[in-house]
Design a protein around this ligand. Structure first.
Ligand SMILES: *Cc1c(COP(=O)(O)O)cnc(C)c1O
Length: 383
């Protein structure tokens, strides 16, 4: 099946008993055991729940993995994966990545002796690998600067040194990119974003390509308990069914707006892998089927960024991304506030950097909203 069909027919389809086309919401914590020492497929919903299993099977199918797992949030999923490691282990990470991922590494796992090393240039990754290095955790494109990482090359190098490659595929979704087919071992998602797609749930997913890894993640999921609830599992399945049409529109709108903003005199720079001028454009084209719907841009000095944000009308100012509505955020004070100031400054995650998750509204309406707010926000001489 092609991906558009798999999004709808993958996983566990409907309900065998009644023929209902949608999986029921099994709102139960426990299951009757027929007699002492005997239980059917399920015994307790932290360990297994049919609705959750349906979304777990679905994400595994659409990512091309062997097994999937659903968690209460993207960060619960990432935390479960990081729990694979032990004191003394070191994980290599991309220099810009989701602030929450950095925060859990820096403020939680470091206390347990699990260390990280920030990589600026993946071409010289060997310089960072020693006997304690156990994994490479990447995003591509990265959040918020949309750098493209060559997933295949990184995975090959990781394999050579016996490291696991973990890819946060939230920005691309399985519709545009499948890291497992590029050699990665583990894929994580914030299901809160494009997969859910409607800004109405918080969820996280893990996909592995190996049975032994699958057993270990299942053990951790049950032992630590950060599971996705049945109703949210249902909502996530519902969201995934329309992923292909939404992503196509997100991208069409993003390409249009990125090009228009590139020639706007109030904008210093547009970061979007779909622009031919983007340094990662060709790698992106070789490893993904699209460019996604997130654009980052840097405002010129003469734009009052607070005035710009406060004068948006159609576009919602807020955290998150990947919903049907356009969402704009200010990474330096919001999503990436957890990054150390010197790292933020070095990377250019500063006050004039804006991230726009382009929604599926009319593209002219979205563009007009940005342009209008920019006009209002231009500082007059002497202001
Ligand atoms: C939002 C996000 C996360 C965290 O997911 P939650 O569902 O908010 O816990 C992780 N990675 C990326 C790239 C994200 O955008």
């Amino acid at each position: 099946m092609n991906i558009e069909s798999l999004l709808i027919h993958g996983g566990i389809e409907g309900d065998k008993r009644t023929g209902a086309v949608n999986i029921p919401i099994y709102q139960t914590s426990t299951y009757k055991q027929s007699e002492f020492g005997k239980h059917a497929d399920y015994e307790y919903s932290r360990t297994g729940n049919p609705t959750r299993e349906a979304v777990e099977k679905l994400i595994s199918d659409i990512e091309g993995g062997t097994r999937g797992f659903a968690f209460a949030s993207g960060l619960a999923a990432i935390t479960a994966v990081l729990t694979l490691f032990k004191s003394g282990d070191k994980i290599l990470i991309t220099n810009n990545l989701y602030g929450g991922t950095f925060r859990v590494l820096d403020k939680v796992f470091k206390n347990f002796g699990i260390n990280y090393d920030i990589i600026d240039n993946f071409d010289s990754i060997e310089n960072h690998i020693d006997k304690n290095t156990k994994a490479i955790f990447i995003e591509s494109p990265t959040n918020p600067l949309l750098d493209v990482v060559d997933i295949k090359k990184v995975s090959e190098k990781a394999k050579k040194h016996g490291l696991l490659t973990i890819v946060d595929n939230t920005f691309m979704t399985p519709y545009f990119q499948n890291p497992i087919s590029l050699g990665s071992d583990i894929v994580v998602h914030s299901g809160t974003k494009y997969l859910g797609g409607h800004s109405d749930l918080v969820a996280g997913l893990v996909v592995v390509n190996d049975d032994e890894l699958g057993e270990r993640i299942h053990f951790i999921q049950n032992a630590t308990g950060g599971i996705l609830q049945p109703f949210d599992s249902f909502l996530l399945i519902r969201g995934i069914k329309t992923l292909s049409v939404r992503m196509d529109r997100h991208e069409e709108n993003a390409v249009y707006i990125a090009n228009k903003l590139s020639s706007n005199k109030s904008i210093n720079k547009v970061y979007y892998p779909g622009l031919e001028s983007h340094p990662g454009h060709l790698i992106q084209k070789s490893q993904a089927r699209g460019f996604g719907g997130v654009i980052t841009f840097r405002l010129n000095e003469d734009v009052d960024y607070i005035k710009f944000i406060n004068n948006l009308d159609l576009i919602t100012f807020g955290e998150s991304l990947g919903g049907v509505e356009s969402l704009l955020c200010h990474p330096a004070t919001m999503t990436h506030a957890a990054l150390p100031v010197d790292l933020r400054n070095r990377l250019g995650i500063t006050e004039r950097l804006i991230r726009l998750s382009v929604g599926i509204e009319n593209k002219e309406d979205i563009l007009k909203d940005v342009e209008n707010a920019l006009i209002i926000a231009i500082k007059k001489v002497g202001e």
